[in-house]
Ligand binder design. Structure first.
Ligand code: IPE
Ligand code: IPE
Ligand code: MG
Length: 251
């Protein structure tokens, strides 16, 4: 086979069955730093290049009919990084939205945020809230950006909310069930992810949607996030379509 044919085969969209499109896809976008290091560039160059992948994946997810795309952009633990890197990461959402908001609106995409927005710098918070506001009546795919998100603190906050209700006498401890807790999470009303993708070869969840991923299909790739292309996304969807989900039952 010549190189042209090989290339074509690599970039072809695999046949995806429409009914098997995951409703909710979550992505841990990892490997920006290593991508940059490999090129002798500063880490922030990797974060900038990663923005292009966000654009590409948002487009393809919306195109194939994914209803919710949740992207892990900054974790509650990422504050531990050098100040300069954190500052840059906090500027990225604004940069992304300045460039992309128009096309998100045109594509009927609704931007939502997941995480503790209070702790964000004012300009970051304002720009993301503006995008949420301007896209709130869109009826297409939900683009859920996890910014300053951490699953454990989300669960702790949920437990506090439940305790308050018990203390106020509006909830009996014996009535607490899985739905009670789910409803107190930041993802309230959003169905659990069907498919979770993590790039860069790391095989862990890094405090992302721990409760919500109880029965999510996991798909890992060694590709660094800035190198992630539509064909990698299709590959993940294709793999998902071949899985047998049992939720503890029998097929
Ligand atoms: C993911 O890339 C982006 C964020 C965590 C914000 P990294 O910055 O973690 O890149 P690596 O893992 O160091 O290569
Ligand atoms: C997870 O990646 C967080 C995001 C992608 C935003 P990290 O790079 O922070 O995770 P660890 O430190 O490798 O577990
Ligand atoms: Mg990383």
């Amino acid at each position: 086979m010549n190189w042209r044919k090989l290339w074509k085969r690599r970039t072809e969209r695999p046949s995806l069955s429409e009914e098997g499109i995951p409703y909710h896809v979550a992505i841990i976008m990892d490997g920006n730093g290593r991508w940059a290091k490999r090129r002798g560039l500063p880490r922030i160059a990797g974060h900038r290049a990663g923005m292009e992948s966000v654009k590409r994946v948002t487009e393809s997810a919306s195109e194939i009919g994914v209803r919710i795309l949740t992207l892990y952009a900054f974790s509650t633990e990422n504050w531990k990084r050098p100040e300069q890197e954190v500052d840059y990461l906090m500027r990225l959402p604004q940069e992304f939205l300045i460039l992309e908001l128009e096309s998100l609106i045109k594509n009927n995409i609704r931007v939502c945020m997941l995480g503790d927005l209070e702790a964000l710098p004012l300009w970051t918070r304002e720009s993301v809230l503006e995008a949420v506001e301007k896209t709130k009546s869109n009826t297409g795919m939900m683009l859920n950006i996890a910014l300053n998100y951490g699953s454990r603190s989300e669960i702790v906050e949920a437990v506090k909310k439940i305790s308050d209700q018990v203390k106020a006498g509006t909830l009996q401890p014996e009535d607490i069930n899985e739905q009670t807790l789910s409803a107190c999470l930041l993802t309230n009303g959003i169905p659990d992810p069907d498919l979770l993708i993590r790039t860069s070869g790391e095989l862990r969840l890094s405090n992302f949607l721990l409760w919500q991923c109880a029965y999510t299909e996991l798909w890992f790739t060694d590709v660094y996030w800035p190198d992630f292309r539509k064909e990698h996304f299709y590959e993940a969807i294709h793999a998902y379509q071949k899985r047998g989900r049992r939720f503890g039952g029998l097929k």
